[in-house]
Design a protein around this ligand. Sequence first.
Ligand SMILES: C[S@@+](CC[C@H](N)C(=O)[O-])C[C@H]1O[C@@H](n2cnc3c(N)ncnc32)[C@H](O)[C@@H]1O
Length: 243
Amino acid sequence: MSNTHFGFQTVDESQKAGRVRGVFDSVASKYDVMNDLMSMGLHRAWKAYAVAVANLREGQSVLDIAGGTGDLARAFAKQVGTRGTVVHTDINEAMLRQGRDRLIDEGTVLPTMICDGEALPFATGSFDLVSVAFGLRNMTRKETALAEMNRVLKPGGRLLVLEFSKVARPLTKAYDWYSFNVLPRIGQFVAGDSQSYRYLAESIRMHPGQAELKTLMKAAGFGHVDVHNLSAGVVALHDGIKC
Ligand SMILES: C[S@@+](CC[C@H](N)C(=O)[O-])C[C@H]1O[C@@H](n2cnc3c(N)ncnc32)[C@H](O)[C@@H]1O
């Protein structure tokens, strides 16, 4: 048995996915409004940046992992058009259901599948682009997940990882104060759950920073990785090419 992190707690690897499921089961119905409140709308700009960097062409195929309520999947679907494919996936049924219902209400019907980013049920070389936004941090075996993402990409395909990262040093104190004092209170007030938002703040601190994640991606088979810092490193977009 080996250990991993669930926020600042050390837990057995076998327990992490269940604990993460508890977080997203709890917040699913308030996820979108909480995202807007917590990030003061910035998550929309971070995602729009990722979509611009993706720069997909009509007819291309995309796998969105940990897709949750579907922000990226919806934007990618517009880029690839009716000749393309975007598969919207997540391990959590409650999150995926919220996303699928929202997309259908907006007139976007995409293949939607429950699947674990660490064991992808797709053939090798299936996709032009794989994306994972704010999801990798929650996975138990990040190296395994990155290797799986690499496997399902076509040669020359790209992985976009949009994730919280290491903020620029002068902002650390203010960012920590906001994360550990304000976020759990907003979570309690809006979603009736402070613990899940404490987990969010803790999991961000435990997640590999910009350089470390780049190293992990290179080890997983991404021959070239570009790193884009957003909002002074609050978030980073890692763009890796399978080559
Ligand atoms: C913070 S949400 C991000 C949702 C969406 N991508 C977005 O940016 O708004 C994180 C998502 O990761 C999913 N997740 C956690 N572990 C996962 C895994 N092993 N495989 C796939 N998805 C996972 C959760 O269920 C949750 O929906």
